[in-house]
Design a protein around this ligand. Structure first.
Ligand SMILES: Nc1ncnc2c1ncn2[C@@H]1O[C@H](COP(=O)(O)OP(=O)(O)O)[C@@H](O)[C@H]1O
Ligand SMILES: [Mg+2]
Length: 354
């Protein structure tokens, strides 16, 4: 990418005989916020540590700001890093923690004090400079860790699951805060998480990782609506998977249970008689018929969860059960379990999984 600030090119990493990162490629634009999303053990931290310089790639190249940094030490890369938790120096005050990188770099006392005051404002803890880490909540500690990483004005911010040790409410408010600070400063950022909702809500783009590879890189909208692989489709969001059989390849027809669905141009070379996995998001399915929905399946209500504004209904169709979401309407009571019903959807919303 011509305007990329961080460029990770064909990077591999092995520990002994075990390859944990395979041909990883990613270009990140200046000021962009990219998340690495994937299950535990898929290589997120290893890639981040290679970008930071704590690990050396077994093969491939890493460029930051147009410069090859593959063999440079961490302190030569101008990066800021925040870890999961408990990474503050316990024997230093908040102010001393934030000033740490500046002191190491030889900044004057006056410059350190000025920058610390600015950073305390940015993280909205202006009165907390003299406290020690143990006197802070987990969320406050992570804000201080962010301030410490940002104080030396790094060009690249790397965050490794910075919210995962916090409780749900703090996690949501702090992720918004991190995103706001990142946008404000315009700092290029990589954010590692295993939480799909977190990644979807704050990222410009997401790299979904599995088994040491980037399965798909795209905007949250693309990742959710056009998952490139079965793994991505399953890992991101709730998904209904239906088994279909190509009933007429030439006409582009696929049979699900007893119904034929028109899928012309989307069979990817499948032949008559082939089976395929088709997926649908819960919000793409309607209870009953609906204008514009060309595909229908008959079924029976299996259960009903009233969640308030949304009602999640599970409908048994043939061999499987699909979840669908409908909005609550005070005038219409939800269906009852055991009721015969029909679901409908647009065949265009069917995702063909590979
Ligand atoms: N220093 C190491 N030596 C050997 N194996 C390692 C080392 N660091 C990580 N691994 C292995 O590499 C894989 C990816 O780890 P990691 O990058 O930490 O995953 P994630 O951050 O996605 O949970 C795991 O199987 C892990 O056990
Ligand atoms: Mg990790």
């Amino acid at each position: 990418m011509a305007d990329s600030f961080l460029s990770i090119q064909h990077v591999n990493k092995s520990f002994g005989d075990v390859t944990v990162v395979q041909d990883f490629n990613l270009d990140v634009a200046p000021g962009e916020f990219v998340s690495f999303l994937g299950p535990s053990g898929c290589g997120k931290t290893t890639v981040l540590r290679m970008v930071a310089g704590f690990e050396e790639p077994s093969a491939g190249k890493i460029m930051i700001g147009g410069k090859d940094v593959t063999r440079l030490k961490p302190n030569q890369r101008n990066i800021g890093m925040v870890f999961q938790a408990y990474a503050l120096f316990p024997n230093l005050t908040v102010a001393q923690n934030i000033a740490f990188g500046l002191r190491v770099a030889g900044a004057s006392r006056a410059d350190q004090d000025k920058r610390v005051a600015e950073m305390l404002e940015i993280i909205k803890l202006p009165q907390f400079g003299e406290r020690y880490p143990y006197q802070l909540s987990g969320g406050q500690q992570q804000r201080v860790a962010l301030a410490r990483a940002l104080a030396p004005k790094p060009k690249l911010l790397l965050l490794d699951e910075p919210l995962s040790a916090l409780d749900a409410k703090v996690r949501v408010s702090l992720r918004e805060e991190i995103r706001a600070i990142q946008k404000n400063l315009g700092i290029t950022t990589i954010f590692v998480t295993h939480d799909q909702e977190e990644a979807l809500s704050i990222s410009d783009r997401i790299a979904v990782m599995y088994g040491g590879k980037a399965e798909q890189v795209g905007t949250p909208f693309e990742i959710y609506n056009r998952p490139a692989t079965k793994f991505v489709a399953n890992f991101v969001g709730t998904l209904n998977v239906l088994e279909g059989t190509v009933s007429d390849a030439a006409a582009g027809k696929v049979r699900i249970n007893a119904e034929e669905i028109a899928m012309k141009g989307r069979l990817n070379g499948s032949k008559t008689g082939d089976t395929m996995s088709l997926a649908l998001r819960p919000e793409a399915i309607s209870l009953g018929r609906r204008p514009g929905n060309d595909a229908r399946l008959s079924g029976e209500i299996a259960d009903v969860h009233f969640l308030g504004s949304v009602i999640r209904v599970r409908v048994g169709v043939g061999s499987g059960v699909v979840s669908l979401d409908t909005f609550n309407s005070p005038a219409t009571p939800p269906p009852s379990v055991g009721e015969k019903t029909e679901i409908s959807f647009s065949s265009k919303d069917l995702l063909v999984l590979h």
